[in-house]
Design a binder for this molecule. Sequence first.
Ligand SMILES: Cc1cc2nc3c(=O)[nH]c(=O)nc-3n(C[C@H](O)[C@H](O)[C@H](O)COP(=O)(O)O)c2cc1C
Length: 159
Amino acid sequence: MGILTDDMKRLVDEQKLGFVATVGADGTPNLSPKGTMVVLDDDHIAFGEIRSPNTVENLRHNPVLEINFVDPFARKGYRFKGRADFLERGSDAFDASFAPFAQWGDLANTINGIVKLKVERALPITSPAYDMGASEADLRAQWTESFERIQPGGRFVGR
Ligand SMILES: Cc1cc2nc3c(=O)[nH]c(=O)nc-3n(C[C@H](O)[C@H](O)[C@H](O)COP(=O)(O)O)c2cc1C
């Protein structure tokens, strides 16, 4: 059995957007969003490198990675940490992991390489609102209302 539970896989699959932290050569943090996240198997999460020069450079000298996924309605998610491999387009390893990225159609053709994380630590993250006694149903209702104000009926109306 791998480290990723069914619920972890569900969240990654639903949200697709994760925030990726790497460490720079000067020891400073680098954090950037990646919206092409896929679960490859019970131990690996991956994203497509399209326009992430700093992340790629950082991984070259220090292949450690942490990714956060949060459901903005439920106000909870997971954080995943481990070591990453960069699979260059054209390699057998890239071809072996590419299938799930086909869901992005033309965007998938712009992927230069796949960053494949072997998850070594997987932890839940929850809003402190839960510590105050809020239920998931409460928070989903509250944040659905809030997003509805930003984008009524699913349509952005401008400001
Ligand atoms: C919602 C969103 C999703 C993104 N998804 C990706 C992605 O999947 N792959 C990628 O390379 N860049 C993606 N980007 C763009 C990078 O985050 C952006 O180019 C960033 O500046 C790269 O910084 P870095 O070099 O520090 O990683 C996305 C940006 C946003 C806002």
